[in-house]
Design a protein around this ligand. Structure first.
Ligand code: NDP
Length: 680
């Protein structure tokens, strides 16, 4: 059997030794061999830094996002092939979809986030401009730029597709090349995934590399610009995090490790209620999906003391229906563990759990399987443990990484919170209840030890993605035992790969650096109204100044009657005077905004297609009848849309009165057409 090749330095590298055999989890047959012998780790890192990084740096966030989308579509066309290999890891078709489709979903998710929430440029501006001097000549703003190193991604065996894609997508979007190191046990599936990704021809050379087998001396060559994202056991995470080179160079290190996730049944959920059924169903799902080899699976089921018998009886009834065996058989609900070694590991952990409890379902040494040899394949029965003394340490400390959960009683809300916290840091927790006060107390009480918390009840069950599903838009990771890291979480996950720098400068220089107009920078006013300019012709700082327009008492009365907004401050002189903020009747804020629009628009058909919103609107000074309004509107940010016939323009609007005081400030968002010859 040939050893898996690594993809490094722009080429597929065949190991210089036979490698260690990897076995089919179902049949025990050899699937592949793995070794990284002969891979020059220092050169691979350097290739990422000198080829991949610069190639990605040339692309804007939107261009990278578009590539992620194309890549996701390409992989979707090759799903069946990935499912077939995934079955060899012991996964059922449902499990494979979780892994493969889930991973592709992360690419789509990041593509969409990138296009919507990141600018079409290479710099991410983080937060507002901070005035640093009274005269407005000295300001500050935070910018994020990609690290100029490699994102080393060390993955666990349980999600050979989702795991690497979950780390690759935000790194790629940030502009940082990835070096993927799959767990050896299931590396053949990640290997095929990377073959497809490289074969797609979509990715700039150097933006993705693969090392199958050990990382060798890679850590010796890490610099301050590289980062490591690790998923696996706490022990390995700790060893790698304390590597002297990591410490000496302050290498960013994200760990996602062991997690004893809990699910809490609310005291309101009586047997027969929707929440009771949801709790039991979710518990069994989490035990059996991926044969319980999920970092987010429920290990601890916390149940009101009076309901323990009912929950166990209902869970047993469901577990009895679970057919274990060869995933190729469509009847099979639960496949095999990833390897025989993993099964031994789970049996050992179960023994430790049974020091504090009793086994109420399943037999660790025997399981009926369909279409497979129960000894050659890594099959294991679902195993449910009952622990009547939840103050024992074992259920809160021993993670049996397989189809194993422990049911425990709690006495009060405080007790439930205390037990939830005993996991000492978890990736995911859930509370199944229709009692919102209970949900609030458990979520807020346990949140500081959780990365994610799901409240499940009959209101959200139909749409809920479930306890065990990390989502690209939400943070995945957890404190303490879970490693203390954070992955995904939308744009947050991208920013983990970037350096945030506080830039202090004068407004014009800050505008030049960020590409976004900063108040205080020069404005350009010409005879051509900015609304007459196509996207390519518009420049940051292009300005229209219009007015003044006098606001009359009749205007205010008419606006009140016309819109129905007859709030006393606009209609009742005496009442308005009694208001501490006004010296009499004031114009409506919306009248000010409407008059401003009437002043700044250029009415004829032209490149401006639509106004799609206002942001950051603040009314700063009251407008009284007799006041005169002037509006200054300046192009602040210009965002061409990749593959579209238009782009977005953000305008800074400042409405001032006859004294020069700002009456209202806001951003207007418009869609502006590209020149006809550039429309795709
Ligand atoms: P490991 O920690 O052994 O391996 C995780 C990854 O680290 C693998 O890619 C592994 O590669 C790599 N690795 C191991 N040693 C080193 C090293 N010295 N230098 C660099 N890389 C190294 O965990 P497993 O995958 O074997 O899983 C074991 C346990 O981890 C599970 O039983 C479970 O408790 C926990 N786990 C937690 C997960 C989570 O997301 N929270 C997910 C999966 C597992 P190789 O395979 O080549 O050794």
């Amino acid at each position: 059997m040939a050893a898996l090749r690594s993809y490094v330095n722009g080429d597929w590298h065949t190991p210089t030794e036979d490698g260690v055999p990897l076995h089919d989890a179902v049949t025990g047959e050899e699937v592949a061999r793995v070794s990284s012998a002969g891979v020059d780790m220092a050169a691979a890192l350097e290739h990422g830094r000198t080829r991949g990084g610069p190639a990605l740096a040339e692309l804007t966030f939107h261009q990278r996002a578009a590539l992620l989308k194309s890549l996701a579509s390409y992989l979707r066309e090759h799903r069946d092939e990935l499912y077939a290999l995934s079955a060899r890891t012991g996964a059922t078709l449902g499990d494979s979809k979780f892994d493969v489709d889930g991973g592709i979903g992360v690419l789509f998710g990041y593509s969409s986030k990138g296009r919507r929430e990141l600018p079409n440029s290479t710099v991410y501006v983080d937060g507002a401009v901070e005035p640093l001097g009274k005269g407005g000549t000295f300001v500050g703003q935070h910018v994020c730029t990609p690290l100029r190193g490699v994102a080393v991604q060390i993955n666990a065996f349980n999600f050979p597709v989702w795991g690497p894609l979950e780390k690759f997508a935000p790194a790629f979007l940030a502009g940082v090349p990835s070096l993927v190191k799959p767990a050896s046990q299931t590396a053949y599936l990640t290997h095929r995934l990377v073959e497809l990704m490289i074969g797609s021809g979509l990715l700039p050379e150097g933006s993705l590399q693969l090392v199958c087998g050990s990382v060798g001396d890679l850590f010796e060559h890490l610099t301050d610009q590289d980062l490591v994202s690790f998923t696996g056991s706490a022990a390995t995470g700790q060893r790698l995090r304390t590597h002297p080179v990591v410490a000496a160079n302050s290498v960013r290190f994200n760990v996602e490790a062991d997690s004893l996730n809990c699910s809490v049944l609310g005291p309101d959920a009586e047997p027969g209620s929707a929440e009771f059924d949801l709790f039991v169903k979710q518990l069994v799902t989490e035990m059996t999906v991926k044969a319980g080899q999920k970092c987010t699976a429920i290990r601890r089921a916390l149940v009101p003391a009076a309901r323990v018998d009912d929950v166990i009886a209902a869970a047993k009834a469901r577990l009895e229906e679970v057919v274990v065996g060869n995933p190729a058989n469509p009847e099979v609900r639960m496949g095999a563990l990833a390897s025989l070694e993993q099964r031994e590991e789970v049996r050992r952990s179960l023994k430790a759990l049974l020091e504090a409890g009793t086994l109420v379902h399943g037999d660790p040494d025997h399981v009926d399987v369909v279409d497979a040899d129960p000894e050659r394949g890594a099959f294991l029965s679902p195993l449910l443990v009952r622990c009547d003394d939840p103050d024992q340490p074992q259920p809160h400390e021993v993670e049996a990484f397989g189809p194993v959960s422990t049911v425990m009683p709690y006495d009060s809300t405080e007790h439930a919170v205390e037990l939830a916290r005993r996991g000492k840091g978890s990736l995911a927790g859930s509370v199944v209840t229709a009692d919102r006060e209970f949900a609030r107390e458990v979520v807020l009480g346990a949140a500081s030890r959780h990365g994610r918390m799901l409240v499940l009840n009959s209101d959200d069950a139909a749409e809920s993605t479930g306890h065990g599903s990390p989502l690209p838009a939400l943070v995945h990771g957890g404190p303490g035992r879970a490693g203390g890291g954070e992955e995904m979480g939308g744009v947050r996950g991208v920013l983990h790969h970037m350096q945030r720098t506080a830039v202090q400068a004068d407004p014009a220089t800050l505008t030049a650096i960020t590409g976004q107009w900063v108040p205080g920078s020069p404005r350009t006013t010409t005879d051509v109204h900015p609304f007459r300019k196509h996207l390519e012709d518009l420049r940051i700082g292009d300005t229209v100044v219009a007015g003044p327009r006098r606001v009359t008492e009749e205007d205010v009365a008419h606006f009140a009657e016309f819109t129905g907004d007859t709030f006393y401050a606009h209609t009742d002189e005496e009442a308005a005077r009694a208001n501490p903020f006004f010296d009499g009747k004031v114009a409506h804020g919306y009248l000010v905004v409407s008059f401003a629009a009437g002043l700044f628009v250029d009415p004829d058909p032209g490149p401006v297609l639509a106004n799609y919103g206002l942001e950051n609107l603040r009314f700063l000074t009251p407008t009284y009848p007799g006041d005169e309004l002037t509006v200054t509107m300046t192009a602040k940010q210009i965002t061409p849309r990749v593959g579209a016939e238009h782009g977005e323009v953000r305008w800074d609007v400042d409405v001032t009165n006859q004294d020069g005081a700002s009456v209202a400030k806001y951003d207007v968002l418009t869609l502006v057409a590209k020149r006809p010859e550039n429309q795709e």
